[in-house]
Design a protein around this ligand. Structure first.
Ligand code: NAP
Ligand code: G4F
Length: 337
């Protein structure tokens, strides 16, 4: 019998890579998708076969992290061996505009998933996508025992979800693992996160269809890794004898400005001619520096990052150049471009 996984956030960056990983390992994968007025499954369309086809192993279900009844019936019906809770309002700047919604989905959503899993009493394992944003203003290097000091409604919600997962482990003996994920990027990254916003703009400026790139604070330091490698750490976290919490990071920090410089330099352009500071992208409270120490994950899970900063930037810029070329040629655009 193939193992069964349920993924919230399957239509997001990580959900798409995790689905590929699990399908390749022989899992049957169920994903929770939100009702939306536009298609929102673009990142996983290449994996989707009609559910009535005999070889179908990927199934999508309408649900929402704000709807406990649908979560309960999904978990009861699917009886997953593993649940990956990746669903979230995941944009830090946006969380200042919609703090209540962010707390509900990103914070209480985890509680609802955990409670539905507990009530189903099926002994499934639970992965919570926690965030390095929880460390906030606590200086790097950050590890599992570094104190949290969240700086946004998003980060506060993630702290709540983190401790709720720990609490379900300690109270109910459930296998709950937190991955404390530092920033991870890819060609599938949402276009309003800084890395993708930059790489997309670089491709468009090079092609002559964009003049300027408006950005906020260029000084913050982030530890940027490659998303397909981070979903391997998610899976590994659920394959251990004991549930535990792990920092997942490269250990290398770069400023936003370095990312910008490297991306423009890759296509032979000087970033200073194109980048304009726009305070609209400043945050009411900024997180100045996140650099993770993933020693525990390296030792316990045997996980290590492989893709370094310059390669990550190059992969993302080249993917956006290719995407633009495909769009201009009217070619069918594949999701991993
Ligand atoms: P993402 O691309 O923004 O994907 C978020 C997913 O959550 C999407 O599938 C989205 O659905 C879904 N979602 C949003 N609101 C929902 C709701 N009310 N009910 C159900 N699903 C909902 O995020 P990601 O980069 O893949 O990150 C995955 C998880 O890891 C998130 O929890 C994020 O907070 C966390 N994390 C990410 C990073 C990172 O650097 N990427 C670092 C630390 C932690 P739609 O597609 O319909 O919008
Ligand atoms: O790309 P960002 O929006 O990512 P941020 O805030 O670090 O959050 C991401 O990583 C977290 C893990 O640490 C996740 F939990 C979270 O879900 C998300 O995936 O911004 C990175 C930095 C910030 O300091 C921001 O102020 O870039 C700075 N920045 C400068 N100009 C900008 C911009 N960020 C965005 N999104 N857009 C700008 O124009």
């Amino acid at each position: 019998m193939s193992r069964v996984a349920l993924i919230s956030g399957i239509t997001g960056q990580d959900g798409s890579y995790l689905s590929e990983l699990l399908l390749n390992k022989g899992y049957t994968v169920h994903g929770l998708k939100r009702r939306s007025s536009t298609f929102n499954t673009e990142r996983i369309d290449q994996l989707d076969v009609h559910p009535r086809q005999e070889d179908a192993r990927l199934f999508l279900h309408y649900s929402d992290l704000s709807d406990p009844a649908s979560l309960s019936s999904l978990i009861r019906d699917i009886r997953p061996d593993e649940i990956y809770n990746l669903g979230a309002q995941s944009h830090v700047r946006v969380s200042f505009d919609v703090p209540g919604y962010t707390a509900d989905v990103t914070g209480l959503g985890a509680l609802r998933m955990l409670e539905a899993a507990r009530a189903a009493d099926i002994g499934c394992r639970f992965y919570q996508a926690s965030s390095s944003e929880m460390f906030g203003s606590t200086p790097p290097p950050q590890r599992e025992d570094t104190p949290f000091h969240p700086r946004s409604p998003y980060a506060c919600a993630k702290v709540y979800a983190y401790w709720t997962a720990v609490n379900y482990r300690e109270s109910w003996g459930m296998y709950c693992a937190n991955g404390i994920l530092f920033n991870h990027e890819s060609p599938r990254r949402g276009e309003n996160f800084v890395t993708r916003k930059v790489t997309r703009a670089v491709a468009r400026i090079e092609a002559g269809i964009q003049d300027k790139l408006y950005l906020g604070n260029l000084d913050p330091v982030r530890d940027w890794g490659y998303a397909p490698e981070y979903v391997e750490a998610m899976w590994l976290s659920l394959q251990q004898e004991q549930a535990d919490d792990y920092v997942v990071a490269t250990g290398e920090g770069h400023t936003v400005q370095e990312f910008v410089e490297t991306a423009f330099a890759h296509v032979g352009l000087d970033w200073r001619q194109y980048v304009v500071t726009d305070p609209v992208y400043f945050r009411p409270a900024e997180v100045d520096a996140l650099i993770g120490d993933s020693g525990k994950a390296r030792r316990a899970l045997g996980w290590a990052p492989k893709t370094h900063f310059a390669d990550l930037v190059r992969v993302m810029v080249d993917a956006d150049r290719q995407l633009l070329e495909d769009e201009r040629m009217g070619r069918l655009v594949r999701v991993d471009r």
